[in-house]
Design a protein around this ligand. Structure first.
Ligand code: SF4
Length: 351
């Protein structure tokens, strides 16, 4: 007898809660579900989120420590070699900027600071510079979790970063192995897998996710999901393409808020206990459905992205509170909280 929609959905959720593979065919079915069933999907899959994370939302602040001038050609990236996007280009920032960003993270209630540098991979000098910046941050606030994202790692670099106080290393697989050539010619999917392996072997917590909306098929979404599952990341950022003018993917817009939610549901089911983070493109693609994303993901970036603006941090904090979630680590210091709520209220009245 054919299973009903509700029964198939419940089967997926039970498998994920039991730590079993929910099954590629079933996940493909979920991705294809009609838009009008999206709320039921969010509601059912939220059980997996609540089982591991309760109502907690982890906040991450991103600092672009080196921008532009990249020799690589990732088609989605405004900092790529062939990009014509008008972005700021600058060499690696100094320790004081690392510390100022950590201070801002603290003020907003973010517990992780993500340090992102453009480029194929860091030079020895750059690793030493990041290490100095991280040591300065940790000296001021030992509890601030640091994630570095510096591109492809060479032997020994993960260990150096770890010694300086870096906790995690981000390197996304981005898409499926078979679609990879369509989005980048200068390095391979295998290069990316290797760097995630180096980060783990070097003692760093692996953070690796994907980017959707670049023309990939449902099969690519699932291949990317299973390739990530195979490398067992501790955190999985899910990005939705911001089609930046001046990049080869300008004008590409294949996502709807409902599709983004189904993709997030698939990743929550594949990663029941890993941190699933809604990363770039949240505001552009989930739009007014952003709060529903919190029922699937347990982590977001607060503030701006690498070269694009995010929603005002105050609006993010208000969204989390309004939806009844709690910020991991307690949120902004109490005196800031009142101030931020006031800003959010004024913005809502003025906008
Ligand atoms: S994603 Fe990273 S490696 Fe690729 S072009 Fe952008 S900065 Fe360079």
């Amino acid at each position: 007898m054919e299973l009903t929609f509700e029964e198939r959905l419940a089967g997926l959720v039970e498998a994920s809660l039991d730590g079993r593979d929910p099954g590629r065919e079933e996940l493909a079915w979920l991705l294809q579900a009609p838009d009008e069933r999206t709320l039921e999907i969010v509601s059912a899959v939220s059980r997996v989120r609540f089982a591991a994370f309760g109502r907690r939302v982890k906040l991450n602040l991103l600092l672009n420590i080196k921008s532009g001038l990249c020799p690589e050609d990732c088609h989605y990236c405004s900092q790529a070699r062939d990009s014509k996007a008008p972005i700021l280009s600058y060499p690696m920032v100094g320790e004081e900027t690392f510390c100022a960003a950590a201070e801002r993270a603290r003020e907003l209630g973010a517990t992780r600071l993500c340090l992102v540098a453009s480029g194929r991979g860091p030079t020895e000098r750059e690793v030493a510079q990041v290490a100095r910046g991280v040591e300065a941050v940790k000296a001021a606030d030992g509890a601030m979790e640091i994630c570095a994202c510096l591109g492809l790692l060479s032997d020994g670099q993960a260990e150096q970063l770890g010694e300086a106080g870096v906790y995690a290393y981000n390197h996304n697989l981005n898409t499926s192995e078979s679609f990879y050539d369509a989005i980048c010619d200068t390095h391979t999917f295998a290069d990316r897998q290797e760097t995630v392996g180096r980060a783990r072997e070097g003692g760093l917590s692996p953070c690796s996710g994907a980017l959707f909306g670049m023309g990939e098929s449902d099969g690519d979404v699932l291949d990317a999901g299973y390739a990530l599952r195979a490398i067992e990341p501790d955190s999985v950022p899910i990005n939705f393409l911001i089609p930046i003018e001046g990049t080869p993917l300008a004008g590409v817009n294949q996502l709807t808020p409902q599709r983004c939610l189904r993709i997030l549901a698939v990743f929550r089911l594949l990663f029941p206990r890993a941190e699933v983070r809604i990363a770039g493109g949240r505001e552009v693609h989930l739009r007014s459905l952003q709060p529903l994303g919190l029922y699937l993901a347990n982590s977001i970036f607060i503030g701006d992205y690498l070269t694009t603006k995010g929603q005002a941090a105050e609006a993010d904090l208000a969204m989390i509170a309004d939806a009844g979630f709690e910020i991991e680590g307690g949120g902004p210091p109490q005196e800031r909280e009142g101030e931020l709520a006031e800003v959010a209220l004024k913005q809502a009245v003025l906008d």
